[in-house]
Design a protein around this ligand. Structure first.
Ligand code: ATP
Ligand code: MG
Length: 555
């Protein structure tokens, strides 16, 4: 590709550092998820940025589980996070856990105490909040702020030994209660929590706060570029202060805009609610914006990477139109998906001029978009399935599908002319009858008959029954979290349509979960992981409509 892409601001920073030989030319990033839920589309952006920069600059990227909160973390989440990162196509250089650093972090806290830069505070949370002041009024020193170094060291040791109940005491950094940045007003760096941790068990009853763990872990791993999202900007001052006072490796924090996508909620806490309250069928429900949900829906890793690559990194928060994500998956599936036929709402089409046991073999191309995609053999016989809405009893002008006296082409097969139809007592069409023109075979048509419409169909004698699940957006508004009331009030009640009696080509029964298909005129589909030989299930990834293509080409 000759296309010259300009550098994004993170690349500019890194290239400047490389030029100045900062960190001896090393680039070392990390992706630091908290294992308290499954990864979502927003995390994919952070993964692409962190792993992507390491790749581009021959650096390294660690996977660090930020597991400092014992009550919300689970080993199952750790496993899902690893699966999702690998599926996205990235490999971490080291796998670390902040909990592995609990011993070192404890020593760092002791060092701050010995330098007179931390103290134990017995105030209640309410008292501390009151003394903290507000963004427009300065804070007031805690009555415990002037404890001696010896007393602080002793109390902190007792906290660690389990002498005090939850909330009785905290350790705070001694900075400045009048600081403009509220986070610098003597932030809490350790709290007491008698809770079982998923990795350290009951070894600890005090746990470091995010701000005291994150930057220090970066230093321990000698991370050169610690990249996070914009909401951490106010934390950077504290990040730098702690590293400076502890005289440890000078990691630096850089912030970029979160990735938000319209009609999707990107917050593990909220996604957990959807799962716990059974609004969806689990973290990997194909309507979920999780990586595992997108995977089950039929998204490919490349389409997600390309999407975030196209969006780029910037410092301004914005929401990306979900249509853009759908554009990239369509673009890829158009190239890789095998074309197949399926009928979702069937009516019988009977060919008058074929005998019951006659069957004609036809060749159907797998994908005309790519060379060498090959062909498959399909059969044509007396009893066929077509879509109910491809037939109209009283068709208007310019209806180019089937109706009494109308002609249409059956894809990969013949032109047919409708002769008559039958109805049941409710007025429902039951059967449609047509003659076929033997000399109109696709690719070898000598009939001279011109038709405008082409419809898909299946041979009823070989078609297999399947369940097909069609999805719509999970929410009815672009950003359900910014609306009044609860975000769950905006769940789309029609986000899932289950079709029990669809028909599919027989070849689809042996499809693997990774295979991608285009069902002609219906969209892109993949097999669901709950599919069995007896009960085949297909998920629609996305429809065929592509109103976004023009916008993207315009740039
Ligand atoms: P959530 O609110 O969903 O729990 P989080 O930021 O608390 O998100 P973490 O597990 O702490 O989740 O995130 C790991 C990394 O992913 C962090 O560096 C975080 O900044 C980044 N990240 C999370 N959400 C997004 C997003 N929407 N866009 C870009 N990066 C994100
Ligand atoms: Mg977090």
């Amino acid at each position: 590709m000759s296309e010259e892409k300009s550098l994004n601001f993170l690349e500019e920073i890194i290239e400047e550092d490389l030029k100045n030989n900062t960190h001896q030319g090393r680039v070392h990033t990390r992706f630091p998820p908290e294992p308290n839920g499954y990864l979502h589309i927003g995390h994919a952006k952070s993964i692409c940025v962190n792993f992507g920069l390491a790749q581009k600059y021959n650096g390294k990227c660690n996977l660090r589980f930020d597991d400092t909160n014992p009550s919300t973390e689970e080993t199952a989440y750790v496993e899902s996070i690893k699966t999702d990162i690998e599926w996205l196509g990235f490999k971490w250089d080291h796998e670390y856990y902040t909990s592995d650093y609990f011993g070192t972090l404890y020593q760092y806290a002791q060092q701050l105490i010995l330098k007179g830069l931390a103290y134990v505070d017995d105030s209640t949370a309410e008292e501390m909040a009151t003394l903290k002041g507000t963004p427009t009024t300065v804070g007031v020193n805690s009555p415990y702020r002037n404890r001696s170094i010896e007393e602080n060291a002793q109390l902190f040791e007792e906290m660690r030994a389990g002498k005090y109940p939850d909330g009785a005491k905290v350790l705070r950094a001694k900075i400045d209660m009048k600081h403009d940045n509220m986070l610098m007003r003597d932030p809490v760096i350790y709290r007491i929590k008698h809770a079982h941790h998923h990795r350290t068990g009951d070894a600890w009853c005090i746990y470091p706060m995010y701000d005291f763990a994150h930057g220090q872990s970066d230093s321990i791993e000698e991370i050169t570029h610690s990249i996070c999202t914009m909401e951490f900007i106010p934390h950077r001052e504290l990040y730098d202060w702690l590293i400076e006072k502890l005289e440890i490796f000078p990691s630096h924090q850089y912030e970029f805009a979160r990735g938000n996508v319209s009609y999707m909620v990107t917050s593990k806490r909220r996604l957990l609610q959807l799962v716990k309250e059974n609004h969806v069928a689990g973290w990997d429900d194909p309507r979920m914006p999780t990586i595992s949900g997108l995977r089950r829906r039929g998204y490919t890793p490349a389409s997600i990477r390309t999407f975030w690559e196209h969006v780029g990194v910037a410092k301004r928060d914005n929401t990306i139109d979900i249509n853009l994500l759908e554009f990239y998956i369509r673009e890829e599936l158009n190239k890789v998906a095998l074309r197949r036929m399926a009928v979702l709402d069937p009516i019988k089409l009977i060919i008058n001029n074929l005998d019951e046991h006659e069957s004609i073999s036809l060749q159907a191309e797998n994908n005309h978009e790519v060379e060498n995609a090959g062909e498959r053999t399909i059969s044509f016989s007396k009893n066929l399935w077509i879509e109910r809405d491809d037939f109209m009893e009283n068709p208007p002008n310019k209806y180019f599908r089937l109706g009494p006296g109308l002609k249409v082409r059956l894809k990969h097969a013949f032109i047919i002319a409708c002769t008559h139809f039958t109805k049941d007592q409710n007025g429902q069409i039951t059967e449609v009858y047509a003659d076929y023109y033997p000399e109109s075979k696709s690719g070898q048509d000598t009939s001279g008959i011109k038709v405008k419409g082409v419809i898909h169909w299946l041979d009823a004698s070989s078609a297999k029954q399947a369940e097909v699940r069609l999805y719509d957006r999970l929410f009815t508004v672009e950003d359900p979290t910014s609306e009044t009331g609860d975000f769950k009030d905006y769940i789309n009640p029609n986000s899932l349509t289950i079709i029990q009696n669809a028909w599919i080509e027989p070849a689809l029964t042996s499809a693997s979960l990774e295979d991608k298909f285009q069902f002609l005129r219906l969209g892109y589909f993949c097999k669901d992981r709950n599919s069995t030989n007896e009960h085949i299930i297909f998920n629609r990834t996305v429809g065929l409509k592509d109103s976004w293509a023009k916008e993207v080409k315009k740039g």
